[in-house]
Design a protein around this ligand. Structure first.
Ligand SMILES: [Mn+2]
Length: 413
């Protein structure tokens, strides 16, 4: 968010900025290194920064500064990017740190301030883990991001990736995948503040031109990305893989793993919610009537078994962008047992990979999540392995490919 954007969001009055507390400042030979440990950022700059930091020790607007202080162009943006100056209103959200880098990143590990702007022909994605699992049924989903990263084996910096399953050789030279790590959160934090922090990260990824991929956590994390997209796009569709419809009524306004799409349906920019793999049998809640919302449609797990991929997505508008939300419990529990709410009769690996591949190629995917993978019971986390494979399929769909003619490689002399 630039200075103007920050000011605009301040609901009328211009935003006030303040120096992040607990900065480490080192001076040597006219140079100054400012370190924000909580955000893992370092900025090397000149001593001219010091009086500026003093001025912002107390919250003030950027306009109040310009009257007495001339900044070299880009200085303010740089201080914002490195979380050295933060909006006063955001300080409670970012004070404890925003993201913890991952030890086994998917693609390249990047701190948020160093996330580059997407250049011309680059295609790419930004991975962020949100290890949130507040509801008992999803207990253990906080281990999902680590499990999925652990199961993801591609380095993606090789000149090509060969996919034997689809007989494709992908040219990955213009494909970029950044891993921002996991959102840090305190046990005492509300889901609402976690959501605001997750949304800040997702919006930065979108602003820089990358497609965000959220690793849950439980399914409530889908709403954090969806809300950001529904607010900035005039129209969005959702491709939702799940055993459950996740439109369950709970206490009003209370986000849970069972209702993220009920929140999404309140937005007019949501044009279609296409649910794939549903198979529950349930009571209609007492005192309710069916809503006549024609945006909601589904293909059940049983129906899927006899359909081709193109038929599963038939009739969806192709002119709008889509968000892909993948709850691992859409899979049959025998192939992906590591999840909170197992329902027999789910998708096979072959069906899931065909459908994700088809969706990624046919539709413009502007965001995605993979949720509800829980901790490993045994030696291998099969649910995490399947998500890692599907995630690879999604990112590789952004790289051009040729037909794979050989996978037997010999070293060049
Ligand atoms: Mn779900």
């Amino acid at each position: 968010m630039n200075a103007r954007g920050a000011a605009r969001r301040g609901r009328g009055s211009p935003a006030r900025f303040v120096v992040f507390p607990d900065l480490a400042i080192q001076r040597s030979a006219g140079r100054v290194v400012v370190t924000n440990l909580a955000h893992a950022t370092h900025l090397e700059t000149s001593e001219a920064i010091l009086p500026l930091l003093e001025l912002f020790a107390r919250p003030r607007t950027l306009a109040s500064l310009k009257a007495e202080f001339r900044l070299p162009p880009g200085t303010f943006e740089e201080l914002r990017r490195h979380a050295i100056l933060v909006p006063e209103s955001e300080l409670p959200l970012v004070r404890g740190g925003l993201l913890a880098p991952s030890r086994s990143p998917i693609g390249e590990s990047r701190a948020l301030p160093d996330l580059p702007q997407r250049a011309g022909r680059e295609r790419g994605f930004c991975v962020v883990g949100v290890p949130l699992d507040r509801s008992t049924a999803s207990c253990g989903a906080r281990f999902g991001p680590a499990a999925v990263r652990g199961a993801f084996s591609l380095e993606l910096d090789a000149p090509a990736v060969v996919d034997l399953d689809f007989r494709r050789r992908h040219d990955t030279s213009r494909l970029r995948v950044f891993d921002l790590g996991d959102l840090q959160m305190q046990p005492s934090e509300t889901v609402e503040t976690i959501g605001r922090r997750a949304r800040m990260v997702i919006e930065r990824a979108l602003d820089a031109g990358w497609v965000p991929i959220v690793l849950g956590g439980d399914h409530s994390v889908a709403w954090f990305a969806l809300e950001a997209l529904l607010d900035r796009l005039p129209a969005l569709g959702v491709l939702h893989f799940d055993a459950h419809h996740d439109l369950y009524a709970g206490p009003p306004g209370e986000l849970a793993h069972s209702n993220p799409f009920a929140f999404a349906l309140e937005r007019r920019s949501l044009r279609v919610l296409h649910q794939i793999g549903l198979r529950t049998v349930e009571d209609q809640p007492v005192g309710t009537r069916p809503a006549r919302d024609r945006r909601v449609r589904w293909v059940s797990s049983r129906e899927l078994a006899r359909m081709r991929p193109a038929d599963v997505f038939r009739g969806l508008p192709t002119t709008i962008p889509y968000y892909l939300s993948f709850d691992i419990d859409c899979m049959d529990p025998s192939v992906a047992p590591e999840t909170g709410t197992r329902v027999p009769g789910g998708l096979t690996y072959a069906t899931a990979i065909e459908l994700v591949d088809h969706a990624a190629r046919r539709f413009r995917i502007v965001g995605a999540d993979f949720v509800e993978v829980t901790r490993t019971d045994g030696r291998d986390n099969l649910a995490a392995s399947i998500v890692a494979r599907l995630l690879a399929q999604l990112v590789l769909s952004a790289a051009p490919h040729t037909r794979l003619t050989s996978y037997h490689f010999v070293y060049e002399r």
